[in-house]
Design a binder for this molecule. Sequence first.
Ligand code: AMP
Ligand code: GLY
Length: 442
Amino acid sequence: MVRILLVGSGGREHSIADVLARSEGVELYSYMSSLNPGISNLSKEYVVGNVKELGAIEKWALSKKVELAVIGPEAPLEKGLADALTAKQVKVCGPTRNASRIEWDKAYARKLMQELNMRECARFVATNNLKEAAEFIDSLNGAVAVKPAGLTGGKGVKVVGSQLKDGEEAKAYAKEVLESSIGGLAEVVVEERLEGEEFTLQAFVDGTNVIGMPLVQDHKRAYEGDMGPNTGGMGSYSYPDHLLPFIQEADKEDALEAMRKVVRALASKEGAYNGILYGQFMAGKEGVKLIEFNARFGDPEAMNVLPLLKSDFAELAFGIAEGALGEKKAKFSSKATVCKYLVPEGYPSKPIKNQPVEVDVGAIKNAGARIFYASIDERDGKLYSLSSRTAAVVGIASEISEAEQAAENACSFVKGKLFHRRDIGTASLIERRIKHMKELRG
Ligand code: AMP
Ligand code: GLY
């Protein structure tokens, strides 16, 4: 038996636990910040504790004699969990603190791309000087995105035309970011506002080899029609050909090449990157531009790709950790997926918590879907929502329309004070995306 540690407790980690549990001869040991009933059911043993307390995780991992650790979320990567475990001879699928800086310091990521002269880099300034930020905002007539450099759980970015009205509001937000140190780092990043359609490319990286996964489109905004505040992601879909109907093979190749460049640069500057690399891109008139890198699977995007994985995930994770992906293959089924997150009423600003949730797992399965638990607690055999995204359902089928219907049906078998975006994966939403791209690219 191979003992594997999984760190994290969200929907993403439930889907990672699911593929690890499918691997033959694997025993799963899970360290979670809240008791995810999906993960605990798949684990030989688990602990509920703070995933940023490296000492406690390390001690437990060593006492359980785990051989490999898979780190789900960004916070323990930033703290240096991969470094700590590697120092104790545990193999790790997850980059070191220095290599994961590509996610936890957006100023660093931009400056690295600029140094490499990458076409995919948006125009930007990264500064702790408000005057410099304001001048840049004016120079772009206020068409900007303002981002704290540090981690904000996906909720720190504000874009003029969406969360910000104009350049003046952009300046006021840049001031707030600097004065209140939002994200915990000293700089604010101001970027040109990119126009186009977003897509996510996730890749397995072993320090050298970069193996891409199917493309996914996530939905950051809380409400239907892409309205409302930004969230961690309300749902996502993918196509059987592993592209998107408005994204060409050439766009995917560009994105993959950009990721290879960054992996090579990180290897020489920070030491090898061994983990999952996530690129969020905007495809538009001028080709593909980077929105952000993450040093881990996306949440929800992991739940689109992992259920399609035909290869053995534990083998891939060892390959990533050992720098030995070269001869390994990652195969995915040619199916469509639609993932919809059920979230508490009031999410993200005023979520109502501690509400009972009832799930009919059998009916969800019969509907052609899966459920992955996230911010949910199990007490006395009953489920209760917490304050973040509650659970995700994923419809999987030959056609996107069927996958969407399956996900929608599955949502009706999760009862509680929850809501979800019914438009994710629907024909009308996707048609809009295709039309938008035609307008941009002709
Ligand atoms: P992030 O937290 O970096 O994923 O950003 C949240 C959302 O803000 C993204 O999904 C985009 O929709 C939007 N965004 C971020 N950067 C830009 C940009 N430079 N131009 C336009 N939209 C952006
Ligand atoms: N879905 C966006 C993220 O995981 O950051």
